[in-house]
Design a protein around this ligand. Structure first.
Ligand SMILES: Nc1ncnc2c1ncn2[C@@H]1O[C@H](COP(=O)(O)OP(=O)(O)O)[C@@H](O)[C@H]1O
Ligand SMILES: [Mg+2]
Ligand SMILES: [Zn+2]
Length: 503
């Protein structure tokens, strides 16, 4: 009888699937099952589930002294996901299943008391690592579709502990599933089309410029003018995701929730958390840190409606992802870093009642109140939003204008061409240009430099605004396929900072 068995699995840290070795040792002594390397609270539950799953699968539970060691010890480990490898390790160490092929596999899955498998989180990053390790992945049936998003890895999906024991015991009974091609992007039926938005030509143009350069966008206007409608259509004019982007976004969903839905593969996320959402829900956190909305929006759009209503501290936290493309979550024991490279779209009313400047004169907000309202979003965050626009009430004539409007696909083609120019020039969208790159790629004629100087002085803008205007002007030039920035490009870029003066 063999007394030691080794089984491979993976823990989940941030968005990574780190290797975990499960060693099961059986020695003479009083019957006792001990687990080392799992948090105290998880140990008892895991023991109970494993023992009962073994009995209900018609195996003998161990009658000797069993020591189970999960290494390395310092990884944060959630108990449930190791049930399956622990059970198999016990069976192999007791000689109830053969152990000679165990090292070809990695195992993951929570056991029900009946021996049935329950799905776990974070399958996608695990499948990627199992492929890299050259092993086969054994997992709960309900996780199989998610794992199959990763090509060229053998997936053995099981419903019950018995399934895999039979497979290991006799000649193989489970046919591995192997995806040979990366998946096709899903069709985003649910995203509305830009052609549904009436009027608001200025706003649509700004949305296109924002999409083309990856710029963040702030919309200010009374209720019901189409701000939410416009923001929701941003993903429909952004470039399609690359496979690497799709994989990253899917990985975040995979570790955040019970699983990634293959139906959403390759669709840029659009996240619009409510302003009452908790800080953890927005930026991520928890004792086993999980990604929040800012990470679920990775490679897509984060829409903050009613911006001034958000907790100021939460808005402050957005500075890190806006600058670095990731967010760090610190907990006493561990630090987790999640990708968080999103395009921010924010919307707000011009005043607390929403009708400041309305021709009806129905706004009765005192100027002090308006100032306090605006000041909630002033400062560092708004400073990082390249494009500010007004979205006013729609004139009657536009409401009944039946002329054909451009579809998202047509706009997206222009966005794509502008993006390609940026990628060739600098390998990234214009929003991410640093100061040195701005000096190099966003040069103005001497007259235009004076024009920009005067505008900044008149509008009372900060020194930062200078660089932001140049980046946006660069994008506008790219949209008109111009290598140099012309006066018309610059003046349009300046209009996107006007609101700041009133703020
Ligand atoms: N410009 C527009 N074109 C077409 N429909 C509009 C427009 N603006 C508003 N609507 C209609 O009014 C509803 C509310 O618009 P919404 O985008 O929520 O406005 P806001 O976010 O500015 O308050 C939309 O669902 C849409 O039916
Ligand atoms: Mg709205
Ligand atoms: Zn008002």
């Amino acid at each position: 009888m063999m007394s030691l068995a080794i089984v491979y699995s993976r823990a989940q840290v941030g968005i990574e699937a780190l290797p975990v070795t499960i060693e099961v040792h059986i020695t003479q002594g009083l019957p006792n099952l001990s687990i080392v390397g799992l948090p105290e609270a998880a140990v008892k539950e895991s023991k109970d589930r494993v023992r009962s799953a073994l009995i209900n699968s018609n195996f003998r539970p161990p009658q000797q002294r069993v020591t189970i060691n999960l290494a390395p010890a310092d990884l944060p480990k959630e108990g449930g996901r190791f049930d399956l490898p622990i059970a198999l390790g016990i069976l192999a160490a007791m000689g109830q299943i053969p152990s000679d092929t165990l090292d070809q596999y990695e195992f993951i899955g929570e056991l029900a008391l009946t021996g049935e498998l329950r799905p776990v989180r974070g399958i996608l990053p695990m499948a990627l690592q199992v492929r890299r390790a050259g092993r086969k992945l054994v997992l709960p049936d309900q996780n199989a579709d998610e794992a199959a998003m990763v090509s060229h890895v053998s997936i053995l999906s099981i419903k019950h502990l018995r399934d895999i024991c039979n497979h290991l015991d006799q000649h193989p009974t489970i046919t591995p599933r192997i995806t040979t091609e990366p998946p096709n992007p899903a069709l985003a039926h649910h995203i509305g089309d830009l052609s549904e938005v009436r009027g608001q030509h200025h706003a649509k143009r700004a949305l296109e410029v924002a999409a083309a350069g990856g710029h963040n966008l702030l919309m200010v206007g009374p209720p019901g003018t189409g701000k939410t409608m416009l923001a929701g259509r941003m993903p429909s004019i952004l470039p399609p995701m690359t496979e690497a982007e799709a994989l990253e976004t899917a990985t975040i969903v995979s570790v955040a929730s019970a699983g990634f839905d293959p139906e959403t593969w390759g669709i840029r996320p659009f996240r619009s958390p409510h302003h009452t959402a908790s800080g953890v829900a927005l930026v991520g956190g928890g004792s086993q840190p999980r990604p929040g909305e800012v990470s679920l929006a990775h490679h897509g759009v984060l829409f903050l409606d009613e911006l001034p209503e958000f907790d100021k501290r939460v808005l402050e936290v957005l500075r890190e992802p806006l600058e670095s493309g990731h967010i760090t979550i610190s907990r006493a024991a561990h630090q987790a870093k999640f990708p968080s490279n999103f395009q921010l779209i924010a919307a707000m009313n011009p005043c607390p009642c929403g009708y400041l400047g309305d021709p009806s004169g129905r706004c009765g907000c005192h100027p002090d109140i308006v100032r306090r309202y605006r000041s909630k979003v002033s400062g560092p965050l708004v400073d990082r939003i390249d494009i500010h626009i007004e979205v006013p009430n729609l004139p009657r004539s536009e409401l009944h204008n039946t002329a054909a409007r451009e579809t998202s696909e047509i706009v997206r083609q222009r966005v794509l061409i502008a993006r390609q120019q940026q990628l060739q020039r600098c390998g990234k969208p214009n929003r991410l240009l640093n100061n040195r790159e701005i000096e190099q790629f966003c040069q103005l004629s001497p007259q235009d430099e004076r024009l920009l100087d005067r505008a900044i002085e008149q509008l009372g803008l900060s020194a930062r605004a200078w660089h932001r205007i140049l980046k946006v002007a660069r994008t506008i030039a790219d949209l008109s396929r111009s290598e140099s920035i012309h006066t018309s490009h610059l003046t349009e870029a300046i209009t996107y900072r006007r609101l700041e003066r009133q703020g």
